[in-house]
Design a protein around this ligand. Structure first.
Ligand code: GLY
Length: 583
């Protein structure tokens, strides 16, 4: 086996003299190409998220003696205030927990379909599939899972009082925080979509006039909802005033979620997907996420090639990665969905080395396969999920990805309750049999049914080596998530990049349908792209793919390295303690 281990010497050489501080926020809005690739370092603990303010909330929990789950709970609630594009209490997600000793677990707080859901609920009056109903109506809202999931993880793994973890979010919502340049732009852009919802316009603008950078965003109704969660835990959200406000909004607007749906929601604990790549243990999210299964399948295929020797960004690697992606995404469509409704998902086969060998035998090293059917169009899909990574002083780790689906979800703020509702039902297949050339999938495992969870691509992932924590990674990006997370791992394991370099490096994506490699603009050479075309690949460019937030453990130095994704504004790493030897 070709084992290329992480090389701390190389990482050291690539560092520059960035000053260390307790709060190492990087609110960079500039392009990431050619940006500083020094990784942020800490000795004891670190939180890396898409909101520097929320990272600091989590790091303070670590400094006060909390563990990684405590810090994750506080960070997640803070992001529901400071990162309204995707941070949430009205959405859902996944948390992968790897304790320094003991068994890793996966917390599933994916939204569920309401009891009145059915596979044809997004057909219009003419029986035609309607994107608008599926993605941008009250029928697009799933029963939220975030509060139940954070509470369950805290009940099982947390060490600090619940109130201590929710209070910073209450204060941020009540007292406000300064709006960054990036958030101001994002709020201005979403205003038109929120126009039909007065509570949304009231919360995120000044009576319809966009906020400017530096102005303070106060969200008193959200503070009230968070206060009820602080006082009453899950009952403070799924019952009582908040639940009644949500159910009333649904009843008044043809939505399906009832008080009963809310009361019945439960987060669940699942076994993580496990794989092995070049001697590194991969732990990731099982169904209802497709992430862990597809990633392990792809890494098993790619393990058979000398990726390190081919070199980062080579046509040889990009071709092999695209072929692995094509095969895994076809299996994803065929097999994956909510395991509680699809008991026969062949996870063991899909993630086996033997199956990977069979698939590898179908790959021509210099000729693209053809997905069937094929096309050049892309299905519209949200990319505004968010991810954060946490490591504490004992090397317990949390990898957490959660989402509202589109940026700001449905765009609907629950009047009086101040939180945004997801539009996650859009992650169910749109209608039976609707597999088409634009990447819509209509296969059975992921059709809507009462109380079913919709298939996800979210891939919170933890990597270990020799039984010890090595890396925590994840990203937003819809179906691109799985491929982005895989590439951050390959960048470290195969290409010896440090955490920041692994995040900065150019990314590519193939998802079976449409039959096309999408690559980040200006990150790959024209020569490479010409070779890929000569192999028969169709190519398209994208501005940026994902926003990975990564922590790598340099075991020999006893140091954590953070990589913050500068493709999107406002991200930051906050550290428990600075590393006196670094930076
Ligand atoms: N809404 C993004 C995902 O779950 O994959």
């Amino acid at each position: 086996m070709n084992l290329r281990l992480w090389n701390p010497e190389r990482a050291r050489r690539s560092r520059s003299g960035m000053p260390a501080a307790l709060l190492l926020a990087l609110p960079l809005t500039a392009g990431f190409a050619g940006a500083e690739s020094a990784a942020i370092r800490a000795r004891q603990g670190m939180v890396v998220s898409q909101s520097a303010i929320a990272s600091e909330v989590g790091a303070q929990v670590l400094r006060d003696g909390g563990n990684a789950v405590d810090a994750a709970v506080a960070t997640a609630f803070a992001m529901a205030v400071t990162h309204p594009t995707a941070g949430n209490i009205g959405g859902g997600g996944f948390l992968v927990w790897r304790p320094a000793s003991g068994e890793p677990l996966a917390y599933d707080f994916r939204e569920k379909a309401p009891a009145a859901a059915h596979p044809e609920m997004w057909l219009d009056e003419n029986g035609e599939y309607s994107f608008q109903i599926h993605h941008l109506s009250h029928k697009a809202v799933g029963v939220p899972g975030t509060v139940a999931g954070l509470r369950l993880a805290w009940e099982e793994q947390g060490t600090m009082p619940w109130e201590r973890l929710v209070r910073p979010a209450v204060e941020l919502a009540r007292d406000g925080f300064p709006i960054s340049h990036g958030l101001a732009g994002s709020l201005a852009r979403v205003l038109e979509r929120m126009a039909p919802y007065p509570a949304s316009v009231a919360q995120f603008s000044k009576d319809g006039t966009p906020y400017g950078p530096g102005e303070v965003l106060r969200q008193p109704d959200l503070a009230g909802s968070l206060e009820r969660i602080l006082e009453n835990g899950t009952a403070g959200f799924y019952e009582g005033e908040t639940a009644e406000l949500l159910a009333a909004e649904m009843a008044a607007n043809d939505g399906l979620i009832t008080l009963e749906d809310l009361k019945n929601y439960r987060a669940v604990v699942r076994e993580p997907i496990r794989g092995e790549y070049r001697g590194y243990e991969i732990l990731s999210m099982p169904p209802p996420s497709s992430g862990g299964t597809a990633m392990v399948q792809m890494l098993n295929i790619l393990e058979g090639y000398d990726i390190a020797r081919n070199g980062f960004g080579s046509a040889a690697n990009m071709h092999l990665m695209a072929e692995a992606m094509r095969r895994a995404y076809a299996d994803r469509a065929l097999h994956l969905g909510d395991p509680d409704f699809n008991p026969g998902i062949p996870i063991d086969r899909l993630t086996s080395k033997a199956y990977a060998e069979d698939l590898r035998a179908t790959i021509d090293p210099e000729r693209a396969s053809v997905s069937s059917p094929s096309s050049f169009e892309w299905n519209t899909e949200g990319s505004e999920t968010t991810h954060f990574s946490v490591v504490d002083k004992d090397r317990n780790a949390v990898s957490l990805t959660y989402t509202l689906e589109f940026g700001y979800g449905s765009g609907i703020v629950v009047p009086g309750a101040g939180f945004l509702l997801n539009n996650e039902m859009g992650d169910f297949n749109g209608a039976p049999g609707l597999t088409n050339e634009r990447g819509l999938i209509g296969t059975d495992p992921n059709l809507a049914e009462p109380n079913k969870r919709m298939l996800s691509s979210m891939s919170p992932t933890i990597v270990a080596r020799d039984g010890e924590l090595f890396m925590v990674t994840g990203t937003p990006g819809g179906r691109t998530i799985i491929n982005t997370v895989m590439q951050t791992i390959m960048n470290v394991v195969d290409h010896g990049m440090n955490a920041q370099e692994a995040v900065d490096a150019g990314r590519m994506h193939h998802q079976w349908l449409p039959d096309q490699i999408r690559y980040e603009k200006q990150m790959f050479s024209p020569d490479t792209l010409s070779i890929l075309e000569a192999y028969g690949h169709r190519l398209s460019e994208t501005e940026a793919q994902g926003a990975a937030e990564v922590i790598v453990v340099l075991r020999d130095e006893g140091v954590l390295e953070g990589g913050v994704d500068r493709r999107r504004p406002d991200g930051g790493a906050a550290v428990h303690d600075e590393d006196p030897s670094g930076n």
